[in-house]
Design a protein around this ligand. Structure first.
Ligand code: BDR
Ligand code: CA
Length: 323
């Protein structure tokens, strides 16, 4: 049986490959996208989600527009990483032919989870929409069958041995973007009582990289989705270009992380990963706001530790070839 799935997203170049990987899956059944402000502003993220669905003829998947800023903190966008519109390299994607749903994403989440549900929730963005839904109706927590989150960094990430990819304002520490941008939402969601939480953090998503080999294999597949996603992912922003410079196999190697795709690969086939069952706390405020700290107390969850890169690439290419 296929796994019904809802993705909460802020596309975003790596969100784009995550969404396409899901749409090409034999196992995952994408039921809806809820969209939040994140990598770029809300309207751009919504438009990007719709352009991707349009590209592969899946405008039947409803898109809900949600939060236009984090719960408390000011928004932090990453145009320098993903381009002005969030999908640099995706200029030839089609214009959406349908409108987003009228309902706010948080209300849609409340409706989807008003009864016990088997629809897995995969947040790959700041978790503001989910937090808003839980604030409005905390009882939905028990109806969510599980979370597969791209977020956090429970162990040092491999590039620089740090605990995240952005600085925590007013602090010498770093945290992973999705948690750092809305730490209040991350804390609220993780402490809401939702069970069966899986965290795919930066510590593992920075080990499963895109690069010239995958770029070549995608172009060899040659369908619309493969070419579009290769064009998007090979348009590497300056920041990533510098961050991953030492890992390039050749000067033109577009090596970079594709964080969100790693989380969706986990949702499809967790056996690709090794994991640890730990207790994690996420401070909402203070100089460690948004960090995911393993300790003797906190929320029980399963965190990804390592991934089999070869099996990840095979899954990704297989799914994209089916679009
Ligand atoms: C996460 O932050 C965003 O910029 C990416 O889309 C991904 O969800 C990685 O830290
Ligand atoms: Ca994202």
């Amino acid at each position: 049986m296929r796994i019904p799935l809802l993705i909460d997203t802020d596309p975003g170049q790596d969100d784009a490959i995550a969404i396409l990987l899901t749409l090409g899956s034999e196992k995952l059944d994408l039921k809806a996208l809820t969209v939040t402000s994140g990598n770029v502003g809300l309207a751009k993220c919504v438009n990007n989600a719709q352009r991707l669905l349009e590209l592969v003829g899946r405008t039947d998947v409803p898109v809900y527009s949600g939060a236009d800023r984090p719960l408390v903190n000011p928004p932090v966008h990453l145009e320098g990483v993903f381009g002005e519109d969030g999908l640099a390299g995706g200029e030839s994607l089609p214009t959406p032919s349908v409108k987003p749903q009228a309902m706010h994403a948080a209300d849609a989440l409340i409706e989807f989870y008003s009864q016990p549900s088997d629809m897995l929730l995969a947040p790959i963005a700041p978790m503001t929409n989910i937090a808003l839904a839980l604030q409005k109706n905390p009882t939905i927590a028990k109806n969510i069958p599980g979370l597969v989150i791209m977020g956090g960094c429970p162990y040092p990430e491999p590039l620089r041995g740090e605990m995240g990819n952005i600085g925590i304002p007013g602090s010498p520490h770093r945290a992973e973007y999705n948690f750092a941008v809305d730490p209040h939402a991350a804390a609220l969601v993780l402490e809401s009582g939702i069970r069966n939480i899986h965290m795919i953090g930066l510590n593992v998503t920075r080990k499963v990289l895109y690069g010239e080999d995958m770029d070549r294999d995608l172009r060899k597949i040659g369908n619309k989705a493969a070419i579009a996603i290769a064009n998007i992912l090979s348009t590497v922003g300056e920041e990533d270009d510098q961050d991953y410079a030492t890992l390039k196999k050749s000067p033109s190697d577009p090596v970079r992380a594709i964080h969100d795709a790693v989380a969706l690969a986990y949702a499809e086939d967790p056996s690709i990963f090794t994991t640890a069952d730990v207790l994690v706390s996420v401070p909402a405020t203070g100089d460690r706001a948004g960090q995911s700290i393993i300790g003797d107390e906190g929320v029980p969850m399963r965190v990804a530790v390592e991934a089999d890169n070869k099996r990840f690439s095979e899954l990704l290419l297989h799914n994209i070839s089916r679009l």
